[in-house]
Design a binder for this molecule. Structure first.
Ligand code: AMP
Length: 618
C-alpha cells in the first residue's frame, strides 16, 4: 500500500473514535502502537491552550482535571453555545459563545474551538495509521451522524484540515455501517431498504436508508444510499442503564455517596451490565465511600433485574424506530436488513427488542463498536478505485463445521453463488452432553486444524441424553451481502443457538489461492484422514452400544454368540486405538470392513435388546 492511494476510514465518535483501513484482505481496525483499538474522544488542555493528554490517559484523569478535560466535543461541533443548552450540564467544562454564533470552550484565558479538539483526536488517529503503515497518510473518509446539518459537516471537514487530513468524503454513520456489511458492495443489484439501529453510551439514532443500485457508469456507492428517515434521542444510551443500576444500589444501601463513591458505583454498574450480556447473573462486591465512612456492598444482580431497569429505555428506542418507519412511510416488512451499531447493542434484550420491532434478526456479525470505522474504510477503498477485492458474488472458500475427531463437515462448498443455504444433521459423541460447541470453519482441507476458524459458539440447555441421540440440525445461510447466519436447533429439546459471521473478511486473493492449492496437494491424505476420523467416531459409538447391551442382557446372550462378538469388538477397539494414536497406521478399507462386520454381527443383539425392552413394558 502506498501513501498516494491509502484512504483511511475514521469514526469520529462522541465517546470513542476509531480508525480503519481496507485492503485486499478486507477492512480492519488499526490499533495504536500500544495496541488500543479505540481512542476515547477525550482531550485535556493546559491553561496555555496546549494539549496535555489525549484518549485513555485524558479519560482516566478526568476527575482530577474536570475543567480542563474535554469529552463529548462532538455535541458542540458546528453549533452555537445557545443551540447546545441541553448538553451543557453534561459537559462539565465551560462553554461560551464565540464569533458567528459558534461555541468555544474556555480553559483559563484560552478559547478553544470544537474543531481544534476534534482535530487533536483526528491527528492522533492519523498517527496510529502512520505508525502501522510506516508512511504518511493524507486522505480520510470521516463519518458523521445522518442528522448532522451542513454546519456540523463543515466543522468536521475543518477539523480534518487542521489535523493535516483531506476529508475525501464525509459519510453518514449508518451508511458506513451498511457498507461494512457489504451492503451496496458487489453486484447484489436490487434496491434494499436498511434500518441502522445505533445505541451508544449517550446517544441513540435510528436511520432508515434506501440503497439504490449504481448504474454501470458510476462506481461510487456513497451516492446511492438515500436517507429516508432518521429519529433518535441525543440523551439515551447505555449510560442511562448504568444510572438506573446505580439508583437501585443507592436505594438499597441508603447512603449519600461522595463523588468518588458515586464514580465507584457507576463503574460497578457498567461492569455488571456488560457481564450480564454474557451471563444470567453477576456479583457486585466492593466498598463504597460515603459521607460518613465506607459501606460494603455484596449483591448478586440478575439479567432479569437489569432488564427490568433497562426496559423503559429500550422501549423508548423502539418508539423512535416506529416513528422513523412512519416518517419513511414504510412497514417493518418493507425493511430488508437491520444493522446494529454501538456498544449497548450487545445486550441480548436490545437485540431481541430490535428483532421484534423490525420482525427480523438484526445483523450482529461485526463488532458494533467497530462497524462504522470499518465501513468508512470500505468507502475509502471504493474512492481510491481499489474496491475489487471486496466483490463477493461467489464464496471463495467452503464453509463447514468441525465434527467429532477434528474433521470438517462442509455445508456450503466453494464457488457457490450467494445467497446460499444448506442444512445438515449432527449428533453428539459423548453421553449426557448438555452443550455442544460449534466451530464454524472456512477452507478446503478435510481437518479443522488446517482450516480457518471463523467463530465458535455454544448450543446450551440440552437435557442429558446418550451419545448419538440428540438431533442437531444446523443451517448455514449466506445472504446476498455475504453475511453467514448459522443456526443450530436440537430437535428433541428445542434448544437453539444462532450466530452471524462475515466470512470474507481477512483473506486476500493470494491467500485464497494458496489455500486452494494446498487443498489439492493434500487431497488424498486429507480424504483418508477424514475417513479414519469418522470411522473412529462411529466405531466408538457402536462399540459402546454393543458393550452396554452385552452387559444388560447378561446370560440371555448365548455364550458362542457373545464370544463371536467379543472377538470382533477386540479387533475394532484395536483399530480405534491405533487410529487415535496415528491415523496413518490403519488401513481405512480394513477399518471400514471391521466396523461393517461388527455391525452386521450385532443385528441379533439389537433384536434381542428390543424383545427385552418390549417384555419389560408388558
Ligand atoms: P459506544 O458509544 O458505541 O462505544 O457504546 C458504549 C456503550 O456500550 C456504553 O454504555 C457501554 O457500557 C456499552 N457496552 C459496551 N459493551 C457492552 C456489553 N457487552 N453489553 C452491554 N453494554 C455494553
Amino acid at each position: 500500500m502506498d501513501a498516494e492511494s491509502t484512504i483511511i476510514g475514521i469514526d469520529l465518535g462522541t465517546t470513542n473514535s476509531l480508525v480503519a483501513v481496507c485492503d485486499a484482505a478486507g477492512p480492519r481496525i488499526i490499533a495504536s502502537p500500544a495496541g488500543e483499538r479505540m481512542l476515547p474522544s477525550v482531550v485535556r488542555y493546559g491553561d496555555d491552550g496546549r494539549v496535555e493528554a489525549i484518549g485513555t490517559q485524558a479519560r482516566q484523569d478526568a476527575e482530577k482535571y474536570p475543567q480542563h478535560t474535554l469529552a463529548s466535543i462532538k455535541r458542540l461541533m458546528g453549533r452555537g453555545a445557545g443551540d447546545a443548552t441541553d448538553d451543557l450540564p453534561l459537559l462539565g467544562y465551560r462553554v461560551v459563545d464565540g464569533p458567528n454564533n459558534t461555541a468555544r470552550v474556555a480553559i483559563g484565558e484560552q478559547l478553544i474551538s470544537p474543531q481544534e479538539v476534534s482535530a487533536a483526536i483526528l491527528r492522533e488517529l492519523k498517527h496510529w495509521a502512520e505508525a502501522a503503515f510506516g508512511h504518511t497518510v493524507r486522505d480520510a473518509v470521516i463519518t458523521v451522524p445522518a442528522y448532522f446539518d451542513d454546519a456540523q459537516r463543515q466543522a468536521t471537514r475543518d477539523a480534518a484540515r487542521l489535523a493535516g487530513l483531506d476529508a475525501r468524503r464525509i459519510v453518514n454513520e449508518p451508511t458506513a455501517a451498511a457498507l461494512a456489511y457489504g451492503i451496496g458492495i458487489g453486484s447484489a443489484g436490487t434496491p434494499q431498504t436498511i434500518a441502522v439501529y445505533d445505541l451508544g453510551g449517550g446517544t441513540f439514532d435510528i436511520s432508515i436508508l434506501r440503497l439504490i443500485p449504481p448504474d454501470e457508469t458510476n462506481t461510487d456507492t456513497a451516492h446511492f444510499f438515500q436517507v429516508l428517515a432518521t429519529a433518535g434521542d441525543t440523551h439515551l444510551g447505555g449510560d442511562d442503564i448504568d444510572t438506573a443500576i446505580v439508583r437501585l444500589l443507592l436505594d438499597e444501601m441508603n447512603i449519600q455517596p461522595t463523588p468518588t463513591g458515586r464514580q465507584q458505583l457507576r463503574n460497578l454498574a457498567e461492569h455488571a451490565k456488560i457481564s450480564l450480556s454474557d451471563s444470567p447473573k453477576t456479583t457486585i462486591a466492593s466498598e463504597i465511600e460515603h459521607e460518613s465512612g465506607r459501606l460494603s456492598i455484596n449483591r448478586t444482580l440478575t439479567r432479569d433485574e437489569a432488564e427490568a431497569l433497562a426496559a423503559p429505555l429500550i422501549t423508548r428506542s423502539g418508539e423512535c424506530c416506529t416513528r422513523a418507519l412512519r416518517d419513511a412511510k414504510l412497514t417493518p416488512a418493507q425493511i430488508d436488513r437491520v444493522v446494529l451499531v454501538g456498544g449497548a447493542t450487545r445486550m441480548p434484550m436490545v437485540r431481541q427488542h430490535v428483532g421484534e420491532v423490525f420482525e427480523m434478526n438484526p445483523y450482529t456479525a461485526l463488532d458494533p463498536d467497530e462497524v462504522v470505522a470499518l465501513g468508512a474504510s470500505v468507502q475509502g477503498t471504493v474512492l481510491s478505485g481499489k474496491s475489487d477485492a471486496l466483490l463477493l458474488d461467489v464464496l471463495p472458500l467452503s464453509l463447514g463445521l468441525e465434527t467429532a475427531g477434528g474433521a470438517v463437515a462442509k455445508l456450503i462448498i466453494r464457488n457457490s453463488t450467494v445467497p446460499a443455504r444448506a442444512t445438515e444433521m449432527f449428533s453428539t459423541s459423548v453421553d449426557n452432553q448438555t452443550a455442544i460447541k460449534l466451530n464454524v470453519l472456512q477452507g478446503e482441507r478435510e481437518m479443522a486444524e488446517n482450516c480457518r476458524s471463523l467463530g465458535i459458539f455454544n448450543l446450551t440447555g440440552m437435557p442429558p441424553m446418550p451419545a448419538g441421540i440428540p438431533q442437531l440440525e444446523v443451517e448455514f445461510l449466506v445472504d446476498a451481502n455475504g453475511v453467514l447466519n448459522v443456526s443450530a436447533v436440537e430437535r428433541r429439546s428445542g434448544a437453539k443457538a444462532t450466530t452471524q459471521i462475515v466470512p470474507n473478511h481477512g483473506l486476500t486473493r493470494d491467500e485464497v489461492s494458496r489455500m486452494e492449492a494446498e487443498a489439492l496437494t493434500h487431497a488424498r491424505d486429507d480424504m483418508t484422514r477424514h475417513r479414519v476420523v469418522d470411522l473412529i467416531a462411529n466405531s466408538t459409538l457402536d462399540v459402546k452400544w454393543i458393550e452396554d447391551r452385552l452387559a444388560k442382557l447378561g446370560d440371555d446372550v448365548a455364550p458362542a454368540y457373545r464370544a463371536e462378538l467379543e472377538v470382533l469388538l477386540t479387533t475394532l477397539r484395536g483399530m480405534v486405538e491405533a487410529g487415535e494414536r496415528n491415523w496413518r497406521s490403519v488401513d481405512a478399507d480394513v477399518f471400514y470392513k471391521a466396523k461393517e462386520t461388527l455391525d452386521h454381527a450385532s443385528i441379533r443383539l439389537h433384536e434381542q435388546s428390543i424383545v427385552r425392552t418390549l417384555r419389560k413394558d408388558d
